[in-house]
Design a protein around this ligand. Structure first.
Ligand SMILES: C[C@H](N)C(=O)N[C@@H](Cc1c[nH]cn1)C(=O)O
Ligand code: ZN
Ligand code: ZN
Length: 478
């Protein structure tokens, strides 16, 4: 395998400018799934991926998912499914990624145009979606192309599933995966997802767990329209005042969730689990570097990792309808919608969390004695996932990391959520591996999101090398 991999690596290096151009084209398509008026761009991005895949000789289909629930005027973006190779003597790996991105505006504080990939002198490639998840998705296409140009046999059959709604709760995808598990995906021997991040900037990892996410809207309304605060201030119950009060009852400044019963749903810590945290290559400086400040809640790595991986967290995200522009508008907003989410962990069930959240919000609002109305709803939800890393899929990935990066990877869990991971595992009955490309400083979801050129290029080598080791692993520990 070594000589083959050497020529594959050389080809990846030779094609690196071309691969960066491919990423530039992808980043230039503002495929923001959460913004209704960007939906045509999300669909355009799906078509771009499909045409790149076709040009590489893959069999590609765009599968429609119908209308978006609760927004029937919007078509859901298509799922791009593709097959590359159908040799019965080879293993088949199913890879998943997403081609939609989080919203981004230059005015949010970006140093560069978010949809214009900008490479600085340190090789940092800034752009929305660079690390989450366009770089990793293109990584699979680039691996195919480098094999072709190096004249090396592709080691496995590759099934691909790329969706366009991940950042909005993967609307419609669960049903699609369940439906296709025994059809389009039937040959899959294992699943690989590249859509999370290293813990630091130097040490690669393989990931076997994710938190889930319950995302809520909290709507408070009263007046028939926005009001002049000089004319009506002090005479009417104000929705923003109520909303701030209710939202402040959800979580304490030290991160403690204040909703009765939530913390009791969490699985107790075992001694075995406790012993895992000390060996992970992660320092408080790694945290401060990725935070961009020293405002961490805990002063030690163990508690920090536990807080990220195995305990729930509640974050307040924003308020729709509130005045947020620069200046000093003296308005009383008539309707405001607070957004918050809870990252859920073993053994928290989505429905149990909902019941506690709704009861808490009702009680907190009732205590205000306001004449406004309050409505709390679940916007979307995804379950947590924890799997066993003792499987040939992880063994192959571990060998590939050692080959490409020269170190054994850490085995990590992830604080973020990729809800379809569990769906793939349950629907196909196959092992799922998370194999990240980007690092902790990539600022996914934030301003100035980036992917380091080194992580992109070595990441392409890693994805290809993983497939070679997959082809060599004996079938065991299913
Ligand atoms: C880890 C992955 N790259 C990611 O960013 N997932 C999102 C998915 C999401 C969106 N709403 C709820 N979950 C995340 O963890 O926020
Ligand atoms: Zn994301
Ligand atoms: Zn992602």
């Amino acid at each position: 395998m070594a000589p083959q991999l050497d020529s594959y690596f050389k080809q990846v290096d030779d094609l690196s400018d071309h691969f960066i151009e491919r990423l530039r084209k992808a980043v230039a398509i503002p495929s923001v799934s959460a913004e209704d008026d960007r939906r045509p761009e999300v669909i355009r991005m799906g078509k771009f991926l499909a045409s790149e895949l076709k040009a590489l000789g893959a069999d590609v289909e765009l599968r429609e998912l119908g209308k978006q629930p609760h927004k029937e005027h919007l078509d859901l973006p298509p799922v791009v499914v593709a097959r590359y190779g159908s040799d019965k003597s080879k293993r088949t790996i199913l890879v998943y990624g997403h081609y939609d991105v989080q919203p981004a505006l230059k005015d949010d504080g970006w140093a560069t145009e978010p949809f214009d990939l900008t490479v600085d002198d340190k090789g940092r490639m800034y752009g929305r979606g660079s690390t989450d998840d366009k770089g990793p998705v293109l990584g699979w296409l680039n691996a195919i192309e480098a094999h072709q140009k190096a004249g090396i046999d592709f080691p496995v059959n590759l099934l691909m599933c790329f969706e366009g709604m991940e950042e909005y709760g993967s609307e419609g995808l669960d049903d699609f995966i369940n439906e296709e598990a025994k059809k389009y995906f039937k040959d899959a021997d294992a699943v690989c997802i590249s859509d999370n991040y290293w813990l630091g900037t130097e040490k690669p990892c393989l990931t076997y767990g994710l938190r889930g996410c319950n995302y809520y809207s909290l709507e408070i309304s009263g007046p028939g329209q926005d009001l002049h605060s000089g004319v009506f201030g002090g005479t009417a119950h104000e929705p923003m005042t109520d909303l701030m009060r209710v939202m402040s009852t959800l979580v304490a400044p030290d991160g403690k969730i204040l909703i009765d019963g939530i913390n009791e749903l969490v699985a107790p810590m075992t001694d075995d689990e406790k012993s895992l945290y000390g060996d992970i290559a992660f320092t408080m400086d790694n945290l401060y570097e990725s935070l961009g400040s020293t405002s961490g809640i805990y002063d030690n790595k163990e508690q920090t990792l536990m807080a990220r991986w195995r305990y729930p967290s509640l974050s307040l995200h924003g308020v729709e309808g509130a005045f947020s522009a620069p200046g000093a508008k003296t308005v009383i907003p008539a309707k405001v919608i607070g957004k918050f989410s809870i990252r859920i962990v073993p053994d928290m069930e989505i429905e149990d969390v909902n019941k506690l959240v709704f009861a808490h919000v009702d009680k907190a609002f009732a205590a205000l004695g306001s004449k406004n109305t309050c409505k709390c709803t679940l916007q979307h939800a995804g379950k947590w996932w924890v799997a066993s890393p003792k499987h040939w899929n992880f063994t192959a990935a571990g060998k590939a990391v050692e080959h490409v990066w020269g170190v054994k990877p850490d085995l990590t869990r992830e604080g973020g959520s990729i809800p379809v991971t569990l769906t793939f595992e349950q629907a196909t009955g196959k092992n799922v591996l998370l194999l990240p490309m980007g690092s902790s400083t990539d600022a996914a979801h934030s301003i100035n999101e980036k992917l380091d050129k080194r992580n992109y290029i070595e990441g392409i080598k890693l994805l290809g090398t993983y497939l070679h080791y997959v082809a060599e692993e004996p079938m065991k520990e299913e």
